[in-house]
Design a protein around this ligand. Structure first.
Ligand SMILES: Nc1ncnc2c1ncn2[C@@H]1O[C@H](COP(=O)(O)OP(=O)(O)OP(=O)(O)O)[C@@H](O)[C@H]1O
Ligand SMILES: [Mg+2]
Length: 233
């Protein structure tokens, strides 16, 4: 039982954005993905979720090969990419967003729990533009969680958020992992990631620089070199 990525390579013309990357995430586990701007982190998540074509590599969910499946088909099989507020619909209320997700009946206990956890309950009749920024960002995560992922891929959830909002997202991710969802999370905020992820994968220029236990990875010389003068704490 795992999300398994084997030897993934993605090129844009002459640029190798992701170069032979492998990783494994088990249910309930959180893997942090870090690396400088342009390292290939977002491209890696796009390759896993089916938004970008691979030159080579395999993605398996619980042994099932995802090759050739578009993102929505992968989502149906439990592999869900969360796109923050960029992918919400301006004209729909929060409640109407729920109708877009199959089986997300707001009367169900687990749906109510997700809405409560992400502070969305009072905003059900509101449209995204009327939500406080942090709550609007929560909507993207709520929609992803309502798809009942087995594995969730999330890109920079803490960016642009206040300390309180970011700790709210952090709690939501930790509690999702506690409910046995496996999570790959990219972020530039090391404090945020360090609290969440027991394991980390470090990318630089598309290549894996290090991977392993978070404390070991952040202490390693190769990672410190990549982040020289950067934000490792
Ligand atoms: N659609 C695309 N077409 C061409 N080049 C791309 C495309 N998407 C990404 N790239 C390039 O691939 C490399 C990796 O980009 P990517 O967005 O994956 O980096 P990242 O690690 O997510 O960076 P950031 O921390 O800034 O979000 C960069 O050099 C980028 O310019
Ligand atoms: Mg990115």
């Amino acid at each position: 039982m795992s999300l398994l990525v084997e030897n993934m390579t993605i090129r844009f013309g002459g640029l190798t954005a992701v170069s032979g990357i492998s990783l494994e995430v088990r249910p309930g586990e959180i893997l942090g993905i870090i690396g400088p701007n342009g390292a290939g982190k977002t491209t890696l998540l796009n390759g896993i979720s089916g938004f970008t074509d691979l030159v080579s590599g395999r993605v398996r969910v619980d042994g099932q090969d995802m090759e050739g499946l578009p993102p929505d088909q992968r989502a149906k099989r439990g592999l869900v990419r969360s796109f923050q507020a960029t992918r919400v619909f301006d004209s729909l209320t929060v409640l109407e967003h729920l109708a877009v997700v199959p089986h997300a009946d707001p009367a169900d206990g687990d749906v109510r729990e997700i809405l409560e956890m992400l502070r969305l309950t009072p905003y059900l009749p509101h449209r995204p533009k009327d939500l406080p920024y942090g709550v609007k960002r929560n909507l993207g995560l709520a929609l992803a969680l309502l798809m009942r992922p087995r594995f969730l891929l999330i890109d920079e959830p803490s960016s642009g958020l206040s300390a309180d909002e970011s700790s709210e997202i952090s709690k939501a991710l930790a509690s999702s992992a506690a409910r046995n969802i496996g999570i790959c999370v990219i972020d530039h905020d090391m404090r945020f990631l360090r609290r969440l992820a027991r394991r980390m994968l470090v990318l630089n220029s598309g290549e894996m620089v290090a991977s392993g236990d978070t404390d070991d990875v952040l202490a390693s010389d190769s990672v410190r070199r990549v982040y020289l003068g950067g934000a490792v704490v």
